[in-house]
Design a protein around this ligand. Sequence first.
Ligand SMILES: *[C@@H]1O[C@H](CO)[C@@H](O)[C@H](O)[C@H]1NC(C)=O
Ligand SMILES: *[C@@H]1O[C@H](CO)[C@@H](O)[C@H](O)[C@H]1NC(C)=O
Length: 168
Amino acid sequence: MINWGMIGAMILPNVGGWAGALTMTGEVRSPNGTAWYETIKKPSWNPPNWVFGPAWTALYTGMGYASYKVFEDCGGFTDDAVLPLTLFGGQLILNWTWTPVFFKFHQIGLALLHMLALDAAAAVCTVSFFNVNKKTLYFMAPYLGWLTFATCLNFAIWQLNKDAKKTN
Ligand SMILES: *[C@@H]1O[C@H](CO)[C@@H](O)[C@H](O)[C@H]1NC(C)=O
Ligand SMILES: *[C@@H]1O[C@H](CO)[C@@H](O)[C@H](O)[C@H]1NC(C)=O
Protein backbone atom coordinates (compact mmCIF):
# COMPACT_ATOMS: atom_id res chain seq x y z
CA MET A 1 0.00 0.00 0.00
CA ILE A 2 1.22 3.45 -0.83
CA ASN A 3 1.90 5.59 2.20
CA TRP A 4 0.57 8.94 0.99
CA GLY A 5 1.18 10.58 4.35
CA MET A 6 4.84 9.78 4.09
CA ILE A 7 5.07 10.88 0.47
CA GLY A 8 3.27 14.12 1.27
CA ALA A 9 5.60 14.79 4.20
CA MET A 10 8.61 14.29 1.92
CA ILE A 11 7.26 16.60 -0.79
CA LEU A 12 6.01 19.37 1.50
CA PRO A 13 9.37 21.01 2.36
CA ASN A 14 10.21 21.05 -1.35
CA VAL A 15 7.04 22.96 -2.23
CA GLY A 16 8.07 26.00 -0.21
CA GLY A 17 11.57 25.58 -1.62
CA TRP A 18 10.23 25.81 -5.18
CA ALA A 19 8.08 28.81 -4.24
CA GLY A 20 11.16 30.43 -2.73
CA ALA A 21 13.16 29.66 -5.84
CA LEU A 22 10.65 31.67 -7.87
CA THR A 23 11.76 34.79 -5.98
CA MET A 24 15.26 34.13 -7.35
CA THR A 25 14.07 34.52 -10.93
CA GLY A 26 16.34 36.84 -12.85
CA GLU A 27 18.60 37.36 -9.81
CA VAL A 28 20.97 34.45 -10.28
CA ARG A 29 21.69 34.28 -13.99
CA SER A 30 20.98 36.37 -17.03
CA PRO A 31 22.09 36.04 -20.66
CA ASN A 32 24.26 39.16 -20.44
CA GLY A 33 25.75 38.37 -17.04
CA THR A 34 24.14 41.31 -15.24
CA ALA A 35 21.94 39.37 -12.77
CA TRP A 36 22.47 40.56 -9.20
CA TYR A 37 24.08 37.35 -7.94
CA GLU A 38 26.48 37.39 -10.88
CA THR A 39 27.64 40.89 -10.09
CA ILE A 40 28.25 40.66 -6.32
CA LYS A 41 31.57 39.39 -4.94
CA LYS A 42 31.69 35.74 -3.90
CA PRO A 43 34.42 33.70 -2.18
CA SER A 44 36.58 31.43 -4.35
CA TRP A 45 35.00 28.38 -2.70
CA ASN A 46 31.47 29.42 -3.68
CA PRO A 47 30.03 26.20 -5.17
CA PRO A 48 28.77 26.16 -8.77
CA ASN A 49 25.07 27.03 -9.03
CA TRP A 50 24.04 23.54 -10.12
CA VAL A 51 25.03 22.08 -6.73
CA PHE A 52 22.20 23.84 -4.93
CA GLY A 53 19.18 22.24 -6.63
CA PRO A 54 20.07 18.59 -5.94
CA ALA A 55 21.40 19.38 -2.45
CA TRP A 56 18.24 21.26 -1.47
CA THR A 57 15.96 18.56 -2.89
CA ALA A 58 17.79 15.73 -1.12
CA LEU A 59 17.88 17.57 2.21
CA TYR A 60 14.27 18.75 2.03
CA THR A 61 13.10 15.23 1.22
CA GLY A 62 15.18 13.79 4.08
CA MET A 63 13.89 16.25 6.67
CA GLY A 64 10.33 15.61 5.43
CA TYR A 65 10.86 11.89 5.96
CA ALA A 66 12.21 12.55 9.47
CA SER A 67 9.13 14.66 10.26
CA TYR A 68 6.93 11.77 9.13
CA LYS A 69 8.82 9.35 11.39
CA VAL A 70 8.22 11.67 14.34
CA PHE A 71 4.55 12.00 13.42
CA GLU A 72 4.22 8.22 13.15
CA ASP A 73 6.10 7.43 16.36
CA CYS A 74 3.98 9.92 18.27
CA GLY A 75 0.83 8.24 16.96
CA GLY A 76 -0.26 11.20 14.81
CA PHE A 77 -0.88 14.77 15.94
CA THR A 78 -0.81 13.86 19.61
CA ASP A 79 0.40 15.97 22.55
CA ASP A 80 3.85 14.42 22.13
CA ALA A 81 3.96 15.46 18.49
CA VAL A 82 3.03 19.11 19.02
CA LEU A 83 6.40 20.41 20.16
CA PRO A 84 8.70 18.65 17.64
CA LEU A 85 6.36 19.29 14.71
CA THR A 86 5.86 22.93 15.67
CA LEU A 87 9.63 23.36 15.88
CA PHE A 88 9.88 21.68 12.49
CA GLY A 89 7.31 24.00 10.93
CA GLY A 90 9.01 27.04 12.47
CA GLN A 91 12.45 26.22 11.14
CA LEU A 92 10.93 25.34 7.76
CA ILE A 93 9.29 28.76 7.48
CA LEU A 94 12.59 30.42 8.41
CA ASN A 95 14.24 28.28 5.77
CA TRP A 96 11.75 29.22 3.03
CA THR A 97 11.71 32.93 3.80
CA TRP A 98 15.48 33.32 3.69
CA THR A 99 15.51 33.09 -0.12
CA PRO A 100 13.51 36.30 -0.80
CA VAL A 101 15.45 38.22 1.88
CA PHE A 102 18.72 37.38 0.18
CA PHE A 103 17.89 37.03 -3.51
CA LYS A 104 14.95 39.33 -3.99
CA PHE A 105 15.66 42.12 -1.53
CA HIS A 106 19.48 41.78 -1.61
CA GLN A 107 19.66 42.16 2.19
CA ILE A 108 22.84 40.16 2.71
CA GLY A 109 23.40 41.29 6.32
CA LEU A 110 19.79 40.74 7.33
CA ALA A 111 19.87 37.36 5.58
CA LEU A 112 22.86 36.42 7.75
CA LEU A 113 20.90 37.18 10.94
CA HIS A 114 17.95 35.28 9.48
CA MET A 115 20.25 32.34 8.78
CA LEU A 116 21.61 32.33 12.35
CA ALA A 117 18.04 32.18 13.66
CA LEU A 118 17.38 29.33 11.23
CA ASP A 119 20.49 27.48 12.45
CA ALA A 120 19.32 27.71 16.05
CA ALA A 121 15.76 26.67 15.20
CA ALA A 122 16.96 23.72 13.10
CA ALA A 123 19.30 22.57 15.89
CA VAL A 124 16.53 22.67 18.49
CA CYS A 125 14.20 20.83 16.10
CA THR A 126 16.87 18.17 15.51
CA VAL A 127 17.18 17.57 19.27
CA SER A 128 13.44 17.27 19.73
CA PHE A 129 13.22 14.85 16.78
CA PHE A 130 16.10 12.84 18.26
CA ASN A 131 14.20 12.53 21.53
CA VAL A 132 11.33 10.90 19.66
CA ASN A 133 13.30 8.77 17.21
CA LYS A 134 17.10 8.53 17.19
CA LYS A 135 17.24 7.53 13.51
CA THR A 136 15.95 10.96 12.47
CA LEU A 137 19.48 12.18 13.14
CA TYR A 138 20.62 10.51 9.90
CA PHE A 139 18.38 12.92 8.03
CA MET A 140 18.77 16.02 10.17
CA ALA A 141 22.56 15.91 10.63
CA PRO A 142 23.32 16.41 6.90
CA TYR A 143 20.89 19.33 6.92
CA LEU A 144 22.67 20.93 9.90
CA GLY A 145 25.98 20.35 8.11
CA TRP A 146 24.70 22.06 4.98
CA LEU A 147 23.26 24.93 7.04
CA THR A 148 26.68 25.46 8.62
CA PHE A 149 28.21 25.65 5.16
CA ALA A 150 25.45 27.97 3.90
CA THR A 151 25.95 30.22 6.93
CA CYS A 152 29.70 30.47 6.20
CA LEU A 153 28.88 31.31 2.59
CA ASN A 154 26.37 33.99 3.57
CA PHE A 155 28.92 35.40 6.03
CA ALA A 156 31.69 35.47 3.42
CA ILE A 157 29.46 37.17 0.84
CA TRP A 158 28.41 39.73 3.45
CA GLN A 159 32.06 40.44 4.32
CA LEU A 160 33.04 40.83 0.67
CA ASN A 161 30.16 43.14 -0.24
CA LYS A 162 29.34 45.15 2.85
CA ASP A 163 31.51 48.10 1.77
CA ALA A 164 30.71 48.04 -1.92
CA LYS A 165 27.70 50.26 -1.89
CA LYS A 166 24.15 49.54 -2.80
CA THR A 167 24.18 48.26 -6.31
CA ASN A 168 20.50 47.29 -6.13
C1 LIG B 1 20.51 42.19 -19.43
O1 LIG B 1 19.42 41.33 -19.61
C2 LIG B 1 18.32 41.63 -18.79
C3 LIG B 1 17.25 40.56 -19.04
O2 LIG B 1 17.83 39.30 -19.10
C4 LIG B 1 17.80 43.01 -19.11
O3 LIG B 1 16.72 43.33 -18.25
C5 LIG B 1 18.90 44.02 -18.92
O4 LIG B 1 18.47 45.29 -19.32
C6 LIG B 1 20.14 43.62 -19.70
N1 LIG B 1 21.22 44.53 -19.37
C7 LIG B 1 22.09 45.00 -20.25
C8 LIG B 1 23.16 45.89 -19.74
O5 LIG B 1 22.02 44.71 -21.44
C1 LIG C 1 16.84 25.34 3.39
O1 LIG C 1 16.86 23.94 3.32
C2 LIG C 1 17.54 23.43 2.19
C3 LIG C 1 17.33 21.95 2.15
O2 LIG C 1 17.70 21.38 3.33
C4 LIG C 1 18.99 23.83 2.31
O3 LIG C 1 19.72 23.28 1.25
C5 LIG C 1 19.08 25.33 2.32
O4 LIG C 1 20.42 25.71 2.48
C6 LIG C 1 18.25 25.88 3.45
N1 LIG C 1 18.16 27.33 3.39
C7 LIG C 1 19.05 28.11 3.92
C8 LIG C 1 18.77 29.55 3.87
O5 LIG C 1 20.06 27.68 4.44
